[in-house]
Design a binder for this molecule. Structure first.
Ligand SMILES: Cc1cc2nc3c(=O)[nH]c(=O)nc-3n(C[C@H](O)[C@H](O)[C@H](O)COP(=O)(O)O)c2cc1C
Length: 150
């Protein structure tokens, strides 16, 4: 049986959003786009500081209830070899409601293992599936989502 899936993503500059929209079109599932509640945009410098501090922040956009889904697919940019703040904030807020999750990261060069570690430390479990795409791959359309479409 296909589990009910929710995609939860954050994207500062559109790369993770492209992956999220492609995956949603393939799965036809619900999707939440996270945003900072108190600002429209975050500067690169401020984002680096948040990433290094592993900060959380108030977020909006989490409109679906995670406890209603058997699988959540998180899509996040890599920030400082870890999660972007809005995804960290969502995971922290909803950690007891996340039953099973997969993790897709987009990055400049790498960072999947650090980001998995970050997520597992918050959620108390490893992702059932994970994948990393460099932003150049996403821009060129070279990203395969087969393992998440089942
Ligand atoms: C604050 C910040 C920190 C970043 N840290 C890393 C990093 O540690 N490793 C990496 O490969 N890319 C890093 N990047 C690059 C992004 O992960 C990459 O450009 C990503 O695809 C952007 O996704 P988005 O357009 O969805 O925001 C960082 C970008 C920002 C803004």
């Amino acid at each position: 049986m296909i589990e009910k899936t929710l995609i939860v993503y954050y994207s500062r500059s559109g790369i993770s959003e492209k992956v999220a929209q492609t995956l949603q079109a393939q799965l036809g599932c619900d999707m939440d786009k996270l945003e900072y509640a108190e600002k429209k945009h975050i500067s690169f410098g401020a984002a680096v500081i948040e990433a290094l501090r592993k900060s959380t922040a108030p977020i909006t956009g989490g409109t679906h209830k995670p406890e209603n889904y058997g699988r959540i697919i998180f899509i996040t940019p890599v920030w400082g070899s870890g999660l972007a703040t809005p995804i960290r904030s969502y995971m922290t807020e909803h950690k007891t409601a996340v039953q099973s999750y997969a993790l897709i990261v987009t990055c400049g060069g790498g960072g999947l293992s650090g980001t998995i570690k970050d997520a597992a430390a918050i959620l108390g479990k490893e992702p059932s599936a994970s994948e990393q795409f460099r932003s150049s791959q996403v821009n060129e359309g070279h990203y395969g989502l087969e393992q998440f479409v089942q």
